[in-house]
Design a protein around this ligand. Structure first.
Ligand SMILES: O=C(O)CCC(=O)C(=O)O
Length: 260
């Protein structure tokens, strides 16, 4: 079967089928191009074991389970698997905190550029994940609000549980050159230089604007599916509607390749 990439009709996302046995640099380039265009790639029934998860993720950068440095990653206590501890196991028996819109690790100076997630044990019903398009969120702000957002910087993180970092509220994607909103409800704590009344009101407005259903896509998982997202221009939300059912995923976080 040859590689096929089908764009979804929603604000972001494409479905990839026909992954070859061997993951090489040609495949890496094809997937990278599609990833930059569609922001999230879904791989139904890819059945990536941990070795293949690491192999596929490595096509796009260096891998770590969470933050590569010891930056007080809030999820450092979770199970890390793989030869280099680069796989994070997300087990519903231990943690269900991802049912808030967030971008991973924005409390770090250098957050991951993306992540690859593979569904291991899937609830019979529920447990979907949603993603939203932060380019679209930025581009659909009214011009005066866009100009305001362009001028702001925000603090991220919740010390002492996580590290803290300051990032511009609007960033430029290093590959596509597109401007993107870069705040999220999960980790953005406040806007620099504003009163708490001003900061809370602006952050709430930006987050509510980004989270509108028009900016989203939703994936209903089956065991064996995988998803690859760009952390620089998306947010995601794990829907906690599956009661006591078990849900287990394996995830690698992708970082820019260290200079050789
Ligand atoms: O459990 C999910 O569907 C998403 C997990 C998540 O939010 C994350 O890996 O950051």
């Amino acid at each position: 079967m040859s590689l096929s990439i089908r764009q979804l009709p929603q604000a972001l996302g494409a479905v990839v089928t026909g992954l070859p046995e061997k993951f090489d640099s040609v495949l890496g380039e094809q997937l990278h191009e599609a990833w930059m265009e569609h922001l999230v790639l879904f791989f139904p029934q890819a059945h990536l074991d941990d070795e293949r998860l690491v192999e596929l993720g490595s096509l796009f950068g260096d891998l770590a389970a969470t933050t590569p440095g010891e930056e007080n990653d809030a999820r450092d206590y979770m199970t890390k698997l793989g030869k280099g501890g680069e796989i994070l196991e997300l087990d519903s028996d231990k943690e269900r905190g991802a049912n808030i819109w967030h971008t991973d690790l924005t409390f770090a100076e250098t957050p991951s550029i993306g992540a690859l997630l593979s569904m291991q044990v899937c609830p019979e019903r529920g447990g979907d994940t949603m993603w939203l398009n932060q380019y679209r969120a930025y581009e659909t702000l009214a011009e005066p609000v866009r100009i305001l957002a362009d001028s702001l910087r925000a603090k991220h993180g919740r010390a002492p549980f996580t590290g803290t970092a300051v990032h511009p509220v609007v960033t430029t994607h290093p590959v596509t050159g597109r401007r993107t909103l870069f705040v999220n409800r999960g980790w953005t704590a406040g806007i620099e230089g504003l009163s708490s009344i001003e900061s809370n009101a602006i952050l709430r407005m930006l987050c509510e604007h980004a989270e509108r259903p028009e900016n989203t896509v939703r994936w209903t998982w089956q065991a064996g599916d995988a998803a690859l997202w760009d952390n620089r221009c998306t947010q995601h939300y794990a829907i906690n509607d599956y009661g006591d059912a078990k849900r287990v995923l394996h995830r690698v976080a992708i970082y820019p390749r260290a200079a050789a």
